[in-house]
Write a protein that binds this ligand. Structure first.
Ligand SMILES: Cc1cc2nc3c(=O)[nH]c(=O)nc-3n(C[C@H](O)[C@H](O)[C@H](O)COP(=O)(O)OP(=O)(O)OC[C@H]3O[C@@H](n4cnc5c(N)ncnc54)[C@H](O)[C@@H]3O)c2cc1C
Length: 471
């Protein structure tokens, strides 16, 4: 039996369910395939930094697969529509009897997979699909009424029970029977995506790098609960691009956390809190599966459709450019612009600022993030945006609006993070960075070219409260 493994956002050989099972079953070789779909990726707002990261990781994967006699073929096709015929004709050409892949849960992706499975079936090729992107499959956690959970805490309770004792990782595959099929070369440029602004040194590709980061984080995971909200400190794992591209599996992360706490999360607050974030990742994927409207630009709370968002492009552009006059907001947006990544605390701060103080539609922000993030992931991004905008499941109550000055005072007291990304503020005393009046005075005294407040935050806050109360 010869198997084809279709890689997508699971660009690794370790602990990869589809690859593992294909290698277990095949006795006449395994062939890998990866599809490059630039038009579809553009339509999904995938960022150039992310696309570059994908193809760099595909090149690393091709090398690793080569060592175990698995060639990696590249299918260049603009859109998903052509994949049923492209993938299955390639499988038939190379005499593959079965097609293996790990599930993707977004609407377009799962429709694509159904179409490919149907086309494969017509050619007598069996399809095997696996849950691999998450720790617990989205449809396997249900309420007593058989519904999807919409609140995190009870979901987490069931999730905890489900993962207890289930951290055995799948072995990396051994050498397979040789085929005479050569690997295709992996392109370094993709039509429609400009990589010239991407600083790929920040995020080196490859499974070894992902494992190195996990190992480095393991050593200070115990302090995660204390450090994770301080953006000037490397207190989080910075694994999100690797998890989003599947260069490391969430199970590998969970196994490491359980190792840190000797199998009992109650004994280590850092590991416990970190696993909670991995649970949020599964939870938002489950929300996407249970409530597909959220991936079709609809709010989870349907009545929030009635909010009269301000279509103010000028305010939106100031926010995008990191020119709002609020130092913590500007630092966050500039970190995104410069590095393709933003610290979680800042993602919440800037998202809430856009949707509450500026009362601009969360969908504008969601899209802007996807256009730039190296770790852009529909479920997590949508979940984060709808949480911040109070339109989502288990989201922040609309009246709990972060004050940007209190946030910076609490999480960046010395202004280290602000000054890294807003260097023009380097001579402003830290206390002035966290106070509207003092900031204006300091800017005048030192004569610094820094924008005026795009909105008075008290007025912006009241405007948002009034609008949410109205509905
Ligand atoms: C508005 C907004 C947009 C976001 N967009 C994305 C996105 O597109 N892609 C993305 O991966 N995360 C997103 N997040 C979640 C979170 O900000 C990032 O996962 C985190 O900052 C990544 O840094 P890290 O790898 O150091 O995380 P760590 O703190 O080390 O957490 C470990 C992993 O858990 C997962 N995770 C952590 N927090 C969350 C969360 N709140 N929701 C879901 N998964 C989480 C990530 O995979 C992360 O790598 C968003 C959050 C907000 C508020």
């Amino acid at each position: 039996m010869r198997a084809m493994v279709w890689f997508r956002r699971d660009l690794r050989i370790a602990d990869n369910a589809a690859l593992f099972h294909a290698c277990q079953s095949a006795d006449d070789g395994v062939v890998g395939v990866f599809a490059i779909c630039p038009e579809q990726w553009s339509q999904h707002d995938d960022a150039p930094a992310k696309v570059q990261f994908w193809i760099q990781n595909v090149a690393c994967l091709s090398q690793s697969l080569g060592k175990i006699n698995i060639p990696l073929l590249i299918v260049p096709t603009p859109r998903f529509d052509e994949l049923p015929s492209e993938i299955t004709s390639l499988a038939a050409k190379h005499e593959c009897d079965a097609l293996y892949f790990n599930r993707e849960y977004e609407v377009n992706e799962s429709e694509r997979d159904d179409a490919v499975a149907k086309a494969a079936d017509k050619l007598g090729i069996t399809t095997h699909r696996f849950h691999d992107r998450v720790i617990v499959p989205p449809d396997s956690i249900e309420t007593q009424e058989g519904k999807f959970y919409t609140v995190f805490t009870p979901y987490r309770r069931v999730w905890d029970e489900r993962v207890a004792g289930e951290t055995e990782l799948l072995a990396s595959p051994k050498k397979q029977s040789k085929t005479d099929i050569p690997s295709d070369s992996v392109p370094t440029q993709i039509d429609g995506f400009d990589f010239s602004d991407c600083d790929s040194d920040l995020w080196p590709p490859g499974e070894d790098e992902a494992k190195r980061r996990l190992k480095a984080f393991e050593d200070h995971m115990g302090q995660y609960d204390e450090q994770r909200d301080i953006p000037s400190v490397a207190g989080t794992s910075r694994l999100s691009p690797y998890l989003a591209a599947g260069v490391i599996s969430p199970r590998q992360c969970l196994a490491t956390a359980l190792n840190v706490c000797g199998g009992n999360l109650e004994k280590n607050d850092g590991a416990k809190t970190w696993v909670s974030e991995l649970t949020w990742r599964d939870f938002y994927t489950a929300v996407l599966v249970g409530f597909p409207r959220v991936s079709k630009h609809r709010p989870f709370k349907l009545k929030t459709d009635a909010i009269r968002w301000r279509d103010d492009e000028s305010d939106f552009n100031a926010w995008c450019a990191g020119q709002t006059g609020y130092p913590i907001v500007d630092a966050g947006m500039r970190q995104l612009n410069q590095t393709g990544w933003m610290h979680n605390r800042l993602r919440m701060v800037v998202a809430m600022f856009l949707t509450k103080h500026l009362l601009i539609d969360w969908r504008w922000g969601e899209r802007h993030f996807m256009n730039l993030l190296i770790d852009g992931d529909l479920a997590a991004n949508n979940g984060g945006w709808q949480w911040s905008a109070s339109t989502g499941t288990d989201s922040v109550p609309y009246f709990r609006i972060f004050n940007p000055f209190s946030q910076s005072k609490r999480f960046d007291p010395d202004g280290d993070y602000i000054k890294e990304f807003c260097p023009e503020l380097k001579d402003v005393p830290a206390s002035a960075l966290h106070d509207q009046k003092k900031l204006r005075k300091a800017l005048k005294d030192i004569d610094i070219d820094y924008p005026d407040f795009v909105v008075d935050y008290s007025k912006g806050r009241q405007r948002a409260l009034d609008e949410f109360k109205r509905i």
